[in-house]
Write a protein that binds this ligand. Sequence first.
Ligand SMILES: NC(=O)c1ccc[n+]([C@@H]2O[C@H](COP(=O)([O-])OP(=O)(O)OC[C@H]3O[C@@H](n4cnc5c(N)ncnc54)[C@H](O)[C@@H]3O)[C@@H](O)[C@H]2O)c1
Length: 413
Amino acid sequence: MEIKKGKELKSKYISRNSKFDYLPEHDRYLTARAKPKYKFNVIGTGNIGQEHMKVTMLEERGTIHGIYDTNTSSIEQAKQMFSTNFPGNSLVEYDSLEAACNDPEVDGLIICTPNYTHIDMVREAVKSGKHILLEKPMATTLEDAFEITRIAQNYTGIFQIGLQYRYKAIYVEAIHEALERKNVGDIKTISILEHRVPFLDKVNQWNKFAKYSGGTLVEKCCHYFDLFNLFAQSKPVHVHATGSMAVNFTEFEYNNEKSDIIDNAFVTVSYENGIQASFNLCMFSPMFLEEMILCGDEGRMKVSEQEDFLPNNLPRYQFELMRSDGKPSKVSTPSYPETIQQSGHGGATFYEHAYFIDNIEGKQTSTASVEEGFWSVAIGAAAEKSIRTGEVVYIEDLLKEHNVNLSKVVSHS
Ligand SMILES: NC(=O)c1ccc[n+]([C@@H]2O[C@H](COP(=O)([O-])OP(=O)(O)OC[C@H]3O[C@@H](n4cnc5c(N)ncnc54)[C@H](O)[C@@H]3O)[C@@H](O)[C@H]2O)c1
C-alpha cells in the first residue's frame, strides 16, 4: 500500500537516523527515505572522492552508479567503503575515463582527481553533456582555469565548482548576518586565518609539488579567497603576499624530486570597492583553527572552527557578533544535525550535493559558479607570484600576462 506523504516529512534528519533502520520499508512514514532519482559517477576515488560517495548516498536524491580511478588501491578501498556503508547497492567499475563519462545510465559526473588533471578531465567530461561537479581548485594555472571558464560558458548541463566552505554552518551564519541582515554595516575589512597540521598524504603525493597542485595558495587557500570574494562582493585589484617553506617537507623527496610548496603566508588583497582583506596561513600548527573576522562601520563579527585533539569539550564552531550601542550583540555555536555535520567538512560537502541536485532541478542556489572558481584561483596565483617576485601583483596585469580576456566570457552563474 502506498502511504500518502504529508508536510511533516520535511525533516530529512529523521529519515537519516540509523535508529530507525530496523523498520521495514512499508512502515517508514515519518522516516520515509527519498527514492534516488539521479545517478552519478565519481572520477577519482581518493580522500574527497569517497566523501562525495558517502554524502551522495546520505542526501538520498542521488546514488553512486560507478567509479573510475587509475589507482587500483583507491578503487578497492572505495568499493570496500561502499559495500560496508551501503550494502545492497552495486557499483560499476569503469576501465577508461571515456567509459566513465559516457555511460547513458548516468546523469552527472563528480570529478575528484588531483588539481593538475582537472583540465584533461573536463575536456573529456564535457563531451558527455552530463552535469558536472568539479573539485576545487578548478585548475592549477590561469590559462587552464580560463579555458574551463570558457568551456562552461556554453555548457548546457550544470557546471559547479567544489568550493563548498561557504556551506559550513559558521559561514552560512556569517552570510546571513553580514550580507543579508547587514548587521556589521558596510564591511570594510575581512581577515581570515588558517592554522593547521601539514598537508596530508595523497596518492602519489601530488600536493607536495606546485606543478601538480598550483601551489599551496591555489590548492588549499582558493577556499578562503572564494570567501573573500563572496564577502567583499567586488573584484580584486591587487595582491601582495609574503611566505616561505619554513618547516614542512623541507627534506621531502618523491621520485627524486624535492617538494617546493610553502607552509606559511601572509596575503593582502585590495578590492575595487575599497574593502581590504588579509589572510594568514600557518601549516605547522599542532591543531586546526580557521577564523574569519569581518569589521564593518557598525560592528564586528568573528566566526571560527577549532579542532585541537585535547580532551576539553570546547565548541568546534563559534560565532560572535559585536555591535555598537543599542544594537544587540550575540554569541552562538552554529551547527547542523550530527549525521550531516560528521559526513565531511562540517556538513558543507553534504549541502554542496543537495544544491548540486537542486541546480539540476532548476532551483535557485548559491553554489560556486565557474567564474567564482576562476576568481578564487586568480587570487591564489597572484599571491604565489607575489611571494616569488616580492612585488605587488595587479590582477589586470596578471590576466593580460596569461592571455586571459574575461570580457569574452558572459556570466554563467
Ligand atoms: N573541496 C574540498 O574541501 C576538498 C578537500 C580535499 C580535496 N579536494 C580536491 O579534490 C581533488 C582530489 O583530492 P584528494 O584529497 O581526494 O586526493 P587523493 O590523492 O586522495 O585522491 C585522488 C585520486 O585521484 C586518482 N587519480 C589521479 N589521476 C587520475 C586520473 N588521471 N584518472 C583517474 N583517477 C586519477 C588517484 O589515483 C587518487 O585515487 C583535488 O583537486 C583536491 O584539491 C577538495
